[in-house]
Design a protein around this ligand. Structure first.
Ligand SMILES: [Zn+2]
Length: 343
């Protein structure tokens, strides 16, 4: 067949299938969850009906996925009336249920489906996986409940069947910038502490230009123990404001925690303040990643903490500019110190 041409005589290229209009595609069976079936390519199907069994109402329950989202797992007992073994199906793309055991083994889809409100699962010989002991499944679920029930798990659960998103590519090289006195004053005001020119002298001792993921601290400022000691030094030149900074962090975390948005699978933007999980963070004895990320966002700076031979980064590490200030600390045997120089 000759190629299609426009009126001007140009050849109209044949679009690959995926670019064609939806209406031109054959109606997909997968658009309706009720009619979902294992893909023909992934399983051999001798008999379309007999390869599924109806699961009695009392022989299955919902569970959480590893991100804490509720009703994203189906736990289906292998033998009705017996709770010794079960298989777990995980919700994919919010529309179909895939056997997790089979997925782990060969990544082929073995699917469960709801038809008129009744649950049907593939019969045993259809699986490549072995059922799991239910007490193990239950233990995992109890742990997830404990971890997520008090907080708001993210609304849009990450689909655990997809490969986890690659962490955003962070540029290997970040510019280390010395702050202006105006910047130090502004941040000191936020923390309710008094700026001193001595702070500037400490920053002047930092002989760092570029920061890479492989930078190794070679020189530190001695005499600090806590993160707050370090911050006090960096903003006032001495440790006297450490306690005040700690208090301000606690106070501001309590009222401004929503700036954390979605962080580490928690949606802080939707979290009510009356919440045990938040209380635990606000009144924590030791600052942790949540606090460091909060500090970085609240004070609009970057924080890098060198611990166990690698850098933990907080705040925005994706921009290379000559303005953003980075606080570089090293944690050794529980003590924090200010990094002044790299090897
Ligand atoms: Zn299976």
């Amino acid at each position: 067949m000759p190629p299609k041409r426009t009126n001007d005589g140009f050849v109209v290229p044949d679009l690959p299938k995926r670019f064609r209009a939806e209406s031109a595609m054959p109606a997909s069976r997968e658009t309706s969850p009720a009619t979902l079936r294992p893909r023909a390519s992934s399983v051999s199907r001798a008999h379309p009906v007999n390869d599924k069994r109806l699961v009695p109402e009392e022989s299955w329950k919902y569970g959480r996925n590893k991100f804490g989202a509720e009703n994203t797992h189906l736990i289906v007992f292998e033998t009705p009336g017996n709770q010794l073994f079960a298989r777990v199906y995980s919700l994919c793309n919010k529309i179909y249920w895939r056997c997790m055991g089979c997925r782990r083994m060969d990544n082929k889809a073995t699917r469960a489906e709801f038809i008129d409100g009744n649950l049907y699962v593939p019969i045993g010989s259809f699986h490549r996986c072995r059922p799991k002991r239910y007490d193990e499944i239950r233990e995992e679920q109890i742990k997830l409940d404990r971890k997520f029930a008090v907080a708001c798990a993210i609304d849009e659960p990450m689909d655990e069947n997809e490969d986890p998103e690659e962490p955003k590519a962070q540029p290997n090289i970040i510019q280390f910038n010395h702050p202006s006195s105006e910047w130090i004053r502004e941040k000191s005001d936020l923390m309710g502490i008094k700026y001193s020119t001595a702070a500037y002298q400490l920053w002047a001792k930092c002989e760092i230009d570029k920061i890479t993921t492989t930078s190794l601290p070679s020189k530190i400022e001695a005499g600090t123990n806590t993160v707050f000691d370090c911050l006090s030094m960096l903003f006032t030149g001495n440790k006297n404001s450490a306690a005040k900074i700690g208090k301000e962090l606690c106070k501001n975390f309590s009222s401004k925690y929503k700036i954390l948005q979605k962080y580490k699978n928690y949606d802080f933007s939707k979290m009510p303040r009356e919440n045990k999980f938040l209380d635990a963070l606000v009144f924590a004895d030791e600052p942790n990643d949540f606090h460091f990320e909060f500090l970085a966002r609240w004070l609009q700076l970057r924080i890098g903490i060198f611990e166990n031979d690698h850098w933990k980064r907080f705040g925005n590490w994706t921009t290379f500019d000559f303005k953003t200030v980075t606080v570089l600390l090293q944690k050794e045997e529980g003590n924090y110190q200010i990094v002044l120089k790299f090897e």
